[in-house]
Structure formats: structure tokens, C-alpha cells
Design a protein around this ligand. Structure first.
Ligand SMILES: *Cc1c(COP(=O)(O)O)cnc(C)c1O
Length: 464
């Protein structure tokens, strides 16, 4: 399988090259040249199988012969061994035909672990074979950073720098990033919001001197391997509820559009998904895009669901590429307009295709709190704010009630204790393995929202 850029100007890469580089040199994102498909029999065969076995079959067409079969199996087994639930991504029932897919049993209590733990193992094997060392730089709205740090801490072939918006992540999120003591881990508190962090990351990838000098690698959800790993749980959960013999729908709390895009990929691969519902918080650019066809930035307002406080949804570009029949030129025009004017308008044809697959809904701050409270009162489930938004949107959307709805629970409530306590009166406890998080000492570097300042710190640190 070869990987091509959504902007059509970069050469096709192998899986390993696409994974190790992250962003294409033309500013685009890598996508597989074609969507591989699984037969109905292959999907039916997933019933009752361990998560790791399904993961192998779903991801194998994307990685091709990058790893030997036994190498890839070992990578997958190691990636999920640290999950605190034997089913890895278990389902819980919320209501008649409405299910919650718990994705937060990994080491940092958010769904980002599902992909990041796998990427950590894949980088390790690939870099060891190449005898190379890379510098991983990531931008985080809170959960990607800690997941990356957990996945890469102590590995000798990588330095990890994580930029997070200073003062805009929860205490648990910040401490998960600033308390690991390994010397290859560097937490950078940037004076700005998540979109600033993500923009500086893209600037670094476009600064080829810097990029090549430090051997820059990215593990944000712009990295194809992240999306690939997330495709797996769409299959395991759907099959648990009767697929491929019956359709299912998904509602996904959406920020950077990586997670829901993985659902779109599962559908392209042959999983019978009826509707994919994007749930947004008050930063609802994607919901507005679905309603109006206009993708317009209005400024990010901090919310109690900080991991979704995003306006530049990077992975949306991957979908736009398909909506425009994989015309890189069309994508370049739209992305230039977004960068220069803060807006683009989708063609009628693109909007029609969008509506073929997706529905959407948004959720205000008050509605988010109310959804946390209702889930606790009605079902006894304590939800994190992100998951609560999705549950609310799934409940509100007009849908075929005979089709099971699977709502993705993306974080453990203990990652956002203040918001959860305020909403339902319960203070969610951190699992025992993290009990001492607030006693560990923190280590972080504050930096201006300035490319040169950030690049200087990175160059100095890796020279040490
Ligand atoms: C990252 C994150 C999201 C958003 O996922 P995207 O792939 O960026 O759309 C939602 N909820 C939580 C808890 C997250 O960490």
C-alpha cells in the first residue's frame, strides 16, 4: 500500500515513511492510495475474537510488509498489554439500542492511548532497524500529549517535545505531561491556544532546514498510523452488536476529526455503518459546516471539554480530499482560503456527499453539564464532558431507532474531575495506578507562541 498527499504535490510514500514523517512536504496529509476492503465473511469472523486479533486483520492491509507477521503481532500485543480492561475497548449499555464504547482504559485514560501505544511500538521497531534517532514534536489540546509521552518515554531512539496551551488543559492532563521523569520527555507550555500550538507544529514541518536538521517526526492525528489504529474499535464494537449482518451507527465527540474519520475509513473498508454523527461542543465549526456548507473560523472559546476546543480540524482535510474525488488541487485552494481568509465554502456536490454519510449536533456548556447529570441520574454512568456531549447529541439527533447507536466515550471522567463534580455531584476517582499523580514533581518549559523561540529550545535540548 502506497500513501499519497491530500494536496497532490508530494511523492507517494510507503507506510513506514508516511508514519515516520507525519505531514507531507506539500503541507498535505497522507492517505492510502486506495481503501482496502474486507469481505462480509472476514468481518463476520471477528465475532468473539480478542481485540488484538481483529486489530491485526484490520490493519494488515495498511501496513503491508512493513513488519513481518510475527513482528506486527508482537507490536499489537505489547501496545494493548497495558490496558486495564481485558476487552481493551468494552461496550456498556446506556438505553434501548444505545451503547457506550469505552475507549479510556489505556495508561492516560483517554482514547488517544489506543493509537499512541501502537505507534510507540511501531516507531521503536522501525527506528531500531534503521539505526536512526528522531525528534517527535506534538501539539496537544490535553490528551494527545500525555498519550505520546506515555508511549515514548524512556525509548532511546526518540526525543519527545509536547506543546500544550498554557493554562488551558486540566490539572490531571498537565500533570500527566509534566511529571514523567525520563530525560527524553520535554513539556512545552505555549502562550496561546491549541490552534496556535498546531499552527506552530505545521510551521516546523514546513521549515525544511529545521525539519531535516532535527529529523522531525509527528504523532499528532495528522499521522496516518493514528487514524489506522482507531479504525479497529469500529469493527470490534459493531460486530459485538450484530454487524455485518446488521447496520450500526456511531456518534463521536469530535475535535480534530481523527476519530470520526477512522469511522469513515471503517465504512469504506466494508463495515455496514448507517450514520456517522459528529458531536461538537460550543466550538462547532464542523456542525456549522454540515448545516451550511461554509467552513468558517469564529475563534475558539475555552470549554469544559478542552480536548474538543479546536477550530482547525486537521483531519477534515482527509475527508475533503474524498469529497472532491481526490483532486489535490481543489484541496489546496480550499486550505489556502482557510489560511488566508479564515473560511471556505464547500461545493454543492461535496455537501451532498457529506450528508450521505454524516449527521451532526453541537452542545453548549450548560447542555454538557446537564448531559453529565442525566447520565448519572438515569443510568448511574459518570461520563467525562466529551463523552457526555456525544451522548447528548446521539439522543437528540433524528435517527432510525432500530439501528444500534454506539457512542464513543473518549476519556475517563477522572481526567476532568472539576467539571464532572460540578455537573453531577460526584468526584470521579483516579484509578489506583495513578493515585499519586498530585504528589509527583512537575517539569515544564514556558515558551512564547513564536516559531523561532520554540525551535531554539528544541535544538538546544537535543544537542545536550
Ligand atoms: C482528542 C479527543 C477528542 C477529539 O478527537 P478528534 O480525533 O480530535 O476528533 C475527544 N475527546 C477526547 C477526550 C479527546 O482526547
Amino acid at each position: 500500500m502506497k500513501y499519497i498527499s491530500t494536496r497532490g504535490q508530494s511523492p507517494a510514500l510507503t507506510f513506514e515513511e508516511a508514519m515516520l514523517s507525519g505531514l507531507a512536504r506539500d503541507g498535505g496529509l497522507y492517505v492510502p492510495e486506495t481503501w482496502p476492503t474486507l469481505s462480509t465473511d472476514q468481518i463476520a469472523d471477528f465475532a468473539g475474537k480478542p481485540y488484538e486479533e481483529v486489530a491485526y486483520t484490520v490493519m494488515k492491509p495498511f501496513v503491508g510488509d512493513t513488519f513481518t507477521d510475527s513482528e506486527f503481532k508482537e507490536i499489537i500485543n505489547k501496545a494493548y498489554a497495558g490496558f486495564a480492561h481485558t476487552a481493551r475497548c468494552p461496550l456498556v449499555q446506556l438505553d434501548d439500542n444505545h451503547f457506550l464504547l469505552e475507549l479510556f482504559h489505556g495508561p492516560t485514560l483517554a482514547f488517544k492511548d489506543v493509537a499512541m501505544q501502537l505507534i510507540g511500538q511501531m516507531f521503536q521497531v522501525a527506528l531500531k532497524r534503521r539505526g536512526e534517532r528522531v525528534t517527535i514534536v506534538g501539539a496537544t489540546s490535553g490528551d494527545t500529549g500525555s498519550a505520546a509521552i506515555e508511549a515514548f518515554k524512556g525509548l532511546d531512539a526518540v526525543d519527545v517535545f509536547i506543546m500544550f496551551p498554557d493554562g488551558r488543559v486540566s490539572d490531571v492532563q498537565r500533570r500527566q505531561m509534566t511529571t514523567p521523569s525520563q530525560s527524553n520527555i520535554h513539556a512545552l507550555a505555549v502562550a496561546g491556544d491549541f490552534d496556535d500550538c498546531q499552527a506552530r507544529l505545521k510551521d516546523m514541518f514546513n521549515d525544511f532546514d529545521f525539519r531535516d536538521g532535527v529529523k522531525l517526526a509527528g504523532v499528532n492525528s495528522i499521522n496516518w498510523a493514528r487514524v489506522m489504529a482507531q479504525v479497529v474499535y469500529y469493527f470490534t464494537s459493531a460486530v459485538s452488536l450484530g454487524a455485518p449482518h446488521r447496520k450500526v451507527s456511531f456518534t463521536v465527540p469530535t475535535g480534530n476529526f481523527g476519530d470520526i474519520f477512522a469511522g469513515y475509513v471503517a465504512k469504506r473498508m466494508g463495515l455496514p455503518i448507517d450514520r456517522l454523527v459528529m458531536a461538537t461542543n460550543q466550538n462547532d465549526i464542523l456542525h456549522r459546516t454540515l448545516q451550511t456548507g461554509e467552513h468558517t473560523k469564529m475563534g475558539v472559546k475555552p470549554s469544559i471539554s478542552p480536548s474538543m476546543d479546536i477550530e482547525v480540524s486537521s483531519n477534515f482535510e482527509r475527508l475533503v480530499f474524498d469529497l472532491y474525488d481526490r483532486e489535490g488541487g481543489a484541496v489546496v485552494q480550499l486550505m489556502d482560503a482557510l489560511k488566508n481568509d479564515g473560511t471556505f465554502t464547500l461545493s454543492q456536490g461535496a455537501v451532498a456527499k457529506l450528508h450521505d454519510e454524516f449527521d451532526s449536533g453541537n452542545c453548549s456548556e450548560a447542555e454538557t453539564s446537564d448531559a453529565i447529570k442525566r447520565a448519572y441520574v438515569d443510568v448511574g454512568e459518570v461520563l467525562c464532558p466529551h463523552s457526555a456531549i456525544a451522548v447528548k447529541v446521539a439522543d437528540n439527533i433524528k435517527r432510525d431507532k432500530t439501528v444500534p447507536m454506539i457512542t464513543l466515550a473518549t476519556a475517563h471522567p477522572a481526567k476532568f474531575p472539576a467539571a464532572v463534580k460540578a455537573a453531577c455531584g460526584v468526584t470521579p476517582e483516579l484509578p489506583a495506578r495513578m493515585e499519586d499523580l498530585f504528589n509527583r514533581s512537575e517539569r515544564l518549559t514556558k515558551v512564547d507562541n513564536d516559531l523561532t523561540a520554540i525551535e531554539t529550545i528544541i535544538r538546544e535540548r537535543i544537542a545536550q
